[in-house]
Design a protein around this ligand. Structure first.
Ligand code: NAD
Length: 272
């Protein structure tokens, strides 16, 4: 991936001056952990169009009419997340806490910022690991290990003879019904409201930060994509990191796992 560090010192200066920083991340921060972004060829969204699979109605219909396809989608979505570990980009964001007040606002559902050690993480599109009722009430959490076990069971079923009932049982810790109430991961599907209280917290944090560090997001998914605009109009500086240049006070071109550790070194003279 092309790297352009020309403006690294400008970005480092903006970061150093900031007391309150919001790090706003998208799928790109986790690409180097092996989780495909929306746009990646061959990724889950390429094989399972989001307009068909990432809506509550679409997903329910697929489970009833084409359970094997629905199970393949669940496998495709969960497998990379279950296997993933934080990368150098996640770790650099966690290390930023040693230097200023940091709130991480992520569109991701993969739990990797928390695994890297970030303390304040607002998951505006929900989480794979938090199981909620149809009305959004928290029910329980599943661990990455549990998701790995589910993925392994689905893999065996999809490779052999597929049995819809066994597939439903395998995924029963994450999706099903209990005491007449439907439950599932808190992932925000298309057409659904943003996750709360995370979205309100994210909006508040964007309104009072001195600097927003935008990492690995195409800026195409609304309303999340409004956050940098909100921060900018409240007076924050915007530093952005990603492979294709876009709008920011300083844009650092390159992979998050390379650019972010370099930015921290430049801002605070820290080792990796
Ligand atoms: P997106 O897929 O639309 O865009 C990803 C962006 O990351 C692109 O601009 C791409 O150029 C950039 N990118 C790719 N590799 C990068 C790298 N190594 N370093 C820095 N940037 C890199 O993702 P989005 O804007 O987050 O929006 C898509 C939606 O999909 C989000 O709502 C998110 O919830 C969901 N999603 C989540 C995950 C996850 O949890 N890891 C993965 C895929 C999609």
């Amino acid at each position: 991936m092309h790297q352009d560090f020309e403006r690294l010192d400008d970005a480092a200066e903006l970061l150093r001056q900031a007391r309150r920083v919001v790090v706003f991340t998208g799928a790109g921060i986790s690409a180097e952990s092996g989780i495909p972004t929306f746009r990646d060829k061959g990724g889950v969204w390429d094989r399972f169009p989001p307009e068909e699979y990432a809506t509550p109605h679409g997903l329910l219909m697929k489970s009833r009419t084409e359970p094997e396809r629905a199970a393949a989608f669940a496998y495709g979505l969960l497998q990379p997340i279950a296997a993933a570990e934080p990368n150098a980009g996640h770790r650099a964001i966690a290390a930023l806490q040693d230097h200023c007040d940091v709130s991480v606002v992520t569109q991701n559902i993969d739990g990797l910022h928390q695994d890297a050690g970030s303390k304040i993480v607002w998951e505006v599109h929900g989480s794979t690991f938090e199981i909620v009722s149809a009305s959004g009430r928290h029910m329980w959490r599943v661990s990455r290990d549990e998701v790995q076990e589910i993925v392994a069971e689905l893999e065996t079923m999809l490779a052999g003879e597929f049995d819809a009932m066994k597939a439903f049982a395998a995924i029963g810790r994450m999706i099903g019904a209990k005491d007449g109430e439907f439950y599932r991961p808190s992932i925000v599907l298309f057409g659904e409201a943003m996750a709360e209280p995370d979205w309100s917290e994210a909006v508040d944090a964007a309104g009072v930060c001195d600097c927003m560090l935008v990492v690995g997001t195409s800026g195409l998914v609304y309303p999340a994509a409004m956050l940098p605009e909100m921060a900018k109009s409240a007076g924050a500086s915007i530093i952005a990191v990603g492979p294709e240049e876009g709008i920011a006070d300083v844009w650092l071109t390159g992979a998050a796992g390379v650019v972010l550790p370099a930015l921290l070194r430049a801002a605070y003279s820290t080792p990796d």
